[in-house]
Design a protein around this ligand. Sequence first.
Ligand SMILES: C[S@@+](CC[C@H](N)C(=O)[O-])C[C@H]1O[C@@H](n2cnc3c(N)ncnc32)[C@H](O)[C@@H]1O
Ligand SMILES: [Zn+2]
Length: 391
Amino acid sequence: MDDIEGEKIENMKIIDEGLIKIKIPEFDKISSEAPVFYNPNMEFNRDISILALQTFQKELNRKIAICDLFGGSGIRGIRYKKEITDTDEVHVNDISPLAISFAKKNAEYNDVELTFHQNEANILLRQSRGVYDIIDIDPFGTPSYFIDSVAYSIKKNSLLCVTATDTSALCGTYKEPCVRKYNAMPYKSEYCHETGIRILIGFIALTFAKYKKYIIPQLSHSSMHYMRLYLKIKKGSASSDESLKNNIGHIIHCRKCSYRKSITGITTSIPRICPECGEKLKITGPLWVGLIQNKEFIEKMMNDNSKILSTKNEIDKLLETCYKESEAPVTFYDVHELCRIMKISAPKLDKILNTLIKEGYLAIKTHFNPLGIKTDCDVQTLKKIIKRLVN
Ligand SMILES: C[S@@+](CC[C@H](N)C(=O)[O-])C[C@H]1O[C@@H](n2cnc3c(N)ncnc32)[C@H](O)[C@@H]1O
Ligand SMILES: [Zn+2]
């Protein structure tokens, strides 16, 4: 039995992850109601983070200070300290006194020295401007409440890692929460996980611009129930203006014929009627229409994926797809959705990909959807190609 925060915790269990072991209270189900939050399904997220943070540290080529702003059991911060070489300080924060007590015990248990804060995340960020090279935000649900404080607090030439688990808002299951939290109109299309991640990135970019800071996405992925971003942060008013001008825009989509297009610019006029079939268009945004993957950064992560990570194979697969996606066009076609519109049965994905490539088009798989194709081929030509393959 352990005595933590004056409470006797009857049933403890030991979790073995990466190079560490932590003790947490026994729980029946993963829930924000648990006395201390731990989600075993997020091991993949933490493993990728180890790789991304190590890659960033190597690029900086000096010791780095990391803030794990929503520490929970401490597992993330402890792993960062233990598994990333050349960390300087790792700070772990959580609003819950019980979580911080567990995190402290777990740090001792793993023989690592960390700095602990028991604070509301916004308050810690406002009090620690310019301190951290990396800030990791892994809250319950939306990160939107914390983005302004991060934008104020974070150093230039730093890395921001963001998890969002409110995918139903970002993907447009309900419109109002997305408008409220991200000031953007979502649309529940077959590629809504991509527009969702782009809404999140766009919201961060627009918030950061107030502080003359801008973002360069390094790796963006939608996995299981969450979205995760790794963004480099730079500073400069002219570059922030330029970044918004080139990367913020809207996506127009026709429900009837599946035509879609990304429109760059905040004040650019947006067509309302589908040029292909005359149907009224759906408009998503404002969102990030620029690149969401960085080839060089991902390549470095791939080359570095030699650490002992139990999700290594899944990481390899994701990184390879994101690497290929890095220069692909915005949005993708879901082959089954196109075939549903055309009322035909779907040919094999690889058959379509190979035909597109043979005919001189770009054709790439996407991590967002196993049935998705990113291509520069227009939708009407793509439909003709698919029809030809079926006949
Ligand atoms: C999703 S969990 C973090 C999980 C952890 N990063 C991991 O990898 O296991 C979110 C944590 O944020 C804490 N929290 C919630 N609201 C907070 C706030 N406003 N400021 C700081 N911590 C907060 C909760 O107590 C909880 O431990
Ligand atoms: Zn149309």
